[in-house]
Ligand binder design. Structure first.
Ligand code: AHN
Ligand code: ZN
Length: 318
């Protein structure tokens, strides 16, 4: 089944009374939430996606192969980066380009690595151990893989790049203390200064990070608002049109140091769609950076909402 929405979802489309010029109905492919969920499970099934491990290598191979199978031209951007504690991280940003010949492009992103620590685990003895990262990492990638599958079957009007960033979550753990903001998002920091194509441009970007926990909403994040409020408006209006204003909450969230910050600094206005729970201690979903960030806490219906909203935005563009 495919749903049909007015082009430019959240823009001139639905409410405009003037005829034909800008309004054109477009078929939006149907997001398969079961596929997205299976994509999340598959990633977790590789084991911890920590740079330097065999499970990291195997997961990277699978992600690149899936993107290739869906028709993307894939670039693996590899580098050796240094973590906050001096550990050398062999990272790999996976860049999937759909219709690379088009100049009119948008950029979607998520991080595919998983955190080597569980800083916020209730059990102190286990805080030094890696987590599954089912929501923190795999959920956004799971949605983007499903979107890649659909783009491969029915190309939207514009070109789409999907970047799966590595080493987002190797930031200094809580116990290190001090300002550790620059120790996060190492893969996107590298990409921001080493673009995969000289002069690379996209109209805007959308980052997904933690989109699969049950019942936790999305707020208008600070850096997204500061660099790309028009994109926040577009996406939030689109969500409202689809009836998801209960999850895409039209209120300010906090400032989050995430991959989108470096994408913005690289000149691409980018928003972060990230679950924010104002009632939790960390501000994130309750299992954030604990050993309970596992498949048991992934809700396919949340993946579905995010996937549908993204598809409406992508296929609504001219
Ligand atoms: C900080 O807590 C500084 N940044 C959150 C970014 C993040 C971590 N996203 C996923 N895990
Ligand atoms: Zn994290």
């Amino acid at each position: 089944m495919a749903i049909v929405l007015c082009a430019g979802c959240g823009g001139a489309g639905m409410v405009e009374s003037s005829p034909a010029t800008t309004i054109q109905d477009v078929a939006i492919p149907a997001f398969n939430a079961d596929s997205a969920y299976a994509n999340v499970a598959r990633q977790v099934g590789f084991g911890f996606r920590i740079p330097g491990t065999d499970s990291h290598k195997a997961a990277a191979q699978w992600l690149a192969d899936e993107m290739t199978r869906y028709g993307a031209e894939v670039i693996r951007q590899q580098a050796d980066l240094t973590a906050y504690d001096g550990t050398q991280l062999p990272i790999c940003n996976i860049i999937a380009q759909f219709s690379p010949e088009k100049n009119n492009r948008i950029l979607l992103a998520a991080h595919w690595d998983s955190r080597p620590y569980a800083d916020y685990d209730p059990d102190e003895a286990y805080r030094n151990k890696p987590i599954d990262g089912a929501n923190d990492g795999a959920s956004g990638v799971g949605v983007l893989l499903e979107i890649a599958r659909l783009i491969g079957k029915q190309a939207p009007a514009l070109g789409v790049d999907i970047i799966l960033f590595d080493a987002e979550d190797y930031g200094a753990p809580e116990w290190v203390g001090g300002d550790t903001s620059s120790t996060w998002a190492l893969g996107s920091q590298y990409w921001a200064t080493h673009k995969h194509k000289p002069g690379y441009r996209a109209r805007y970007g959308i980052l997904l990070d933690m989109v699969g926990a049950s019942g936790v909403g999305f707020y208008r994040e600070y850096f997204s608002e500061r660099y790309a409020s028009h994109i926040v408006n577009k996406v939030w209006e689109c969500a409202a049109q689809l009836g998801y204003d209960g999850l895409f909450i039209n209120e300010e969230g906090g400032a989050i140091t995430d991959d989108h910050l470096y994408m913005n600094q690289a000149g691409i206005p980018t928003i972060d769609i990230i679950q924010h729970d104002p009632t939790s201690d960390t501000g994130f979903f309750p299992q954030w950076h604990t050993h309970e960030d596992d498949m048991a806490h992934i809700d396919a219906s949340m993946l579905d909402v995010v996937g549908q909203v993204l598809l409406a935005v992508i296929y609504g563009e001219k």
